[in-house]
Design a protein around this ligand. Structure first.
Ligand code: PXL
Length: 269
């Protein structure tokens, strides 16, 4: 027996309440029958009210985490989550280039839904120049896409243009998530632009709820898990969209305010 079981890696921050970050990624890997591993970049003290404190880990420790995993495992796909600052992005890029950890899913975690900054502003350029060119799939939400492309996304044409800009920056495949405007919309539409230039829209009903912590993490982790099992990219993206929709549509009573999505929700892939 050696190393054949699908293994996936999350390079991310730990979220103390388990709703997002590394913990959400690991839950998702488990749900998709993949063995999950983590390179922890930062730790966050938070709850359903928000984030109270966070610390980036020392980069030499992050180097060691990569080395320890590379010395033993066969990681078939990786994802990034919270990367905190420029030195951390540079450390991740250096290690990702040194070791073969499979295709990279880049969830460009910049700011939480409730306004906490998880990536320093001065690190945006490092992310754009060094990490986006390594991405097999990039999964920005609406606000992250605006920040990264400078396009003020107001309609489908703007969305399509922003996705093409992200591809020109070096990401092979783009899943650009639609906006969520309470009271103003009945569906959420995401745009997918694939490496071969083909594209499609994904649509699911908009669900009015405040239990949405961790949606982006679960989505990108699910895509990563599928890639680790050998699923093609468009199918991986479609499965991930179904998982996130089920996780939002079947809320659990955890916390007093902005609760987690339900990582245990049942769905048909
Ligand atoms: O969902 C974004 C996110 C990613 N990573 C960590 C987080 C959060 C949001 O709270 O805490 C560690």
């Amino acid at each position: 027996m050696s190393n054949e079981f699908p293994q996936a890696l999350t390079i991310a921050g730990s979220d103390s309440d388990g709703s997002a970050g590394m913990e959400a990624d690991m839950n998702t890997f488990q749900r998709r029958n993949v063995h999950g591993m983590c390179v922890m970049t930062a730790c966050v003290a938070g709850n359903s009210y928000g984030i109270q404190a966070s610390h980036a880990l020392p980069t030499d420790f992050v180097d060691q985490e990569f080395q320890s995993l590379a010395a033993d495992f066969k990681i078939r796909a990786s994802k990034t989550g919270m990367l905190a600052d420029s030195p951390m992005i540079e450390t991740v890029v250096k290690n990702y280039q040194k070791f073969d950890f499979g295709p990279l899913v880049l969830d460009p975690v910049i700011i939480t839904k409730h306004g906490a900054l998880l990536l320093e502003e001065e690190a945006f350029e490092t992310l754009k120049q060094q990490l986006i060119p390594l991405a097999t799939v990039i999964t920005p939400n609406f606000y992250e896409a605006i920040k990264l492309t400078g396009i003020d996304i107001k309609n489908d044409d703007d969305t399509i243009q922003a996705a093409h800009i992200l591809q020109e920056m070096g990401a092979k495949n783009v899943m650009l998530k639609g906006s969520h405007k309470p009271g103003e919309q009945t569906e959420v539409r995401d745009f997918v632009l694939l490496e071969d230039g083909s594209s499609f829209w994904l649509s699911e009903p908009y669900i009015e709820t405040d239990r949405v912590n961790g949606t982006g993490d679960v989505l990108s982790a699910c895509i990563t898990a599928e890639i680790a099992k050998g699923t093609d990219i468009p199918t991986a993206i479609r499965i991930a969209k179904k998982f996130v929709t089920a996780a939002i549509a079947n809320p659990i009573a955890v916390g007093h305010k902005y609760g987690p999505v339900n990582h245990l929700a049942k769905f048909q892939a």
